[in-house]
Design a protein around this ligand. Sequence first.
Ligand code: 5RP
Length: 228
Amino acid sequence: MSQDTLKLSAARAAIQYVPEGKVIGVGTGSTANFFIDELAGIKGRIAGAVASSEATAERLSSHGIKVFGLDEIDAPLPVYIDGADEITHSGAMIKGGGGALTREKIIASVAEKFICIADGSKLVERLGSFPLPVEVIPMAWRPLSSRLAALYGGSPALRIREGKPFITDNGNYILDIAGLTVEDPRRMEAEINQLAGVVTVGLFACQGASICLLGTGQGVQTLHFRTC
Ligand code: 5RP
């Protein structure tokens, strides 16, 4: 089965977690896109969605799903549904491969449940094979690269697209740290968030997933995590 087929199966399985008549949070990326396309089929049953990126807002709107700003709704959201670049057996994740990590973390922080949708390749024993994205204020990218390398090892690199620095929806840069060993995701998340110039680190461990719907060759597996 292709990776896309597995992503689609996880996205389809997430529809059962969409509550009637509510505004839900929707993430960014190819798996989230499959979910949005499935959501279109039941759009009459929801009030609308809060989007974690401009791209997601556009896709939701193109299906006629009403998009709300986070300031227009009464928090908490019942559910936030999004993909991940890596997820562990305890629900800690690396996110931000699509560059939307900051808005993703904000929306996740006001959601009662984070439903992670992913293909089976995303489940890992330890985080760090996927380069860890860190959204940074542009003027800080170079000093932060040296600081992060000194603190954790690995190789931080400025994300480049089409020969230019990738700019997030918030007007910032992204450093991708390759070759990291993430022994303690919660501690690393808290520490990196404290560094001057860091906007958001793509570790979602202090507040990880509640449930992961994992598309595998043997069907969709549902993993439940203890949240704190
Ligand atoms: C975007 C993200 C995505 O959830 C993550 O990159 C997974 O993407 P995909 O579903 O395309 O594999 O964090 O910022």
